[in-house]
Ligand binder design. Structure first.
Ligand code: SF4
Length: 348
């Protein structure tokens, strides 16, 4: 039996090598396969012009090709937001979310089952860490959104379950697969990777060839005392080391870092917190997204009032910072920021 080709996990170079080894073919046919499957969603490649005179070869290759499908076990919608739970081959579940924007759709994908960062305000953090996703499982979420949900996706954000930089190699490889111009062809500028402040991961990303993707940093607490409580990763990588890693991040000439700040009533919403945040970002080129906390069961944190939200943002704007209030969509179905990983998606 022909060796299986798990196409969603392969870069162009790996696919070419596998075709060469198994069928004596090379990049001409690899490019055709990637185009048909990733761009057109066609698993039948025999009609492609590259295979028109070699139907037999097309059949053999199609026999070997394996497109990982993740069965959907639950789907919910709210505000145009679609959240679905997929079952992985080992039975664990993950969640992915499609968010309608004004002119396009953004897909939020998971990089781990659970998360070991343990952020206090985050549903996924409360699940604990179960395992990393493979490149194939990460790319399969995108394939599902485009070809099973039938939604044209423009932006991809790694803001679902998990800390993507804690699963560095599979995530980076997935981005290579997703941005290859012969396949999915997502421009790097439409991909955002969000981190809780994983300093070694940021440094590795700085040294990689993927610097032109966007980097979002979930800050949420502007001093070490509070951040140690809210985001335990801070005990390992305190704000000073995070600030240095961000200052060293090689942004393009007009590039900016996205600072995410989840505003929680009476926890991190004072003027003093706003001033500390402004001081933290002072040496950096940033846009600050202030996101009102989304309530979730079993946790005592509360969303801020709209007056508090406005006051906090205004204080940052007074410091000449570029600030955006980000409305959270999909609250009702627990698809909003920090809400992924509800019981429906929590493991086997
Ligand atoms: S906010 Fe992100 S890093 Fe923190 S626990 Fe949740 S998924 Fe993990």
């Amino acid at each position: 039996m022909a060796q299986k080709i798990p196409i969603l996990s392969l870069t162009f170079e790996e696919l070419t090598l596998q075709l060469k080894t198994q069928f004596g073919k090379g990049d001409y046919h690899a490019a055709a396969i990637m185009r048909e499957i990733f761009l057109h969603g066609q698993s039948n490649v025999s009609h492609a012009r590259e295979f028109i005179r070699s139907g037999n070869l097309a059949c053999q290759i199609m026999d070997a090709l394996e497109i990982l499908t993740l069965p959907m076990v639950q789907q919910e919608q709210d505000d145009g937001v679609i959240k679905w739970t997929s079952r992985l081959p080992d039975g664990h579940c993950i969640e992915s979310v499609i968010i309608p924007m004004t002119y396009h759709h953004t897909l939020c994908i998971s990089s781990q089952v659970g998360c070991r960062m343990g952020c206090r305000f985050c549903q996924t953090g409360q699940m604990g860490f179960i395992r990393h996703l493979t490149t194939e499982e990460i790319v399969a979420q995108v394939y599902t959104a485009i070809f099973q949900q039938n939604i044209p996706i423009r932006n991809i954000v790694f803001m679902g379950m998990g800390e993507p930089l804690d699963n560095f190699d599979p995530v980076i490889k997935a981005i290579h697969v997703l941005t290859d111009p012969r396949g999915f062809d997502f421009p790097k500028k439409y991909i955002t990777l969000s981190t809780a402040g994983h300093v070694p991961g940021i440094q590795k990303l700085s040294a990689s060839d993927l610097k032109s993707i966007h980097l979002a940093i979930s800050i949420n607490a502007p001093n070490d005392t509070l951040r140690d409580q809210l985001m335990p990763i801070n005990r390992k990588f305190p704000l000073s080391s995070l600030q240095t890693a961000l200052a060293d991040y090689p942004l393009k000439s007009k590039g900016i870092l996205f600072i995410e700040y989840v505003l929680i009533k009476d926890v991190n919403d004072s003027n003093e917190h706003a001033d500390q945040l402004a001081n933290f970002v002072a040496p950096l080129r940033v846009r600050i997204n202030v996101i009102p906390y989304n309530a979730r069961p079993g946790i005592s944190y509360k969303p801020p009032s709209s007056e508090t939200l406005n006051r906090f943002c205004h204080r940052l704007i007074e410091r000449k910072l570029y600030v955006r209030k980000r409305a959270s969509k999909g609250r009702r179905v627990m698809a909003a920021c920090g809400q992924l990983g509800s019981e429906a998606g929590a493991g086997i």
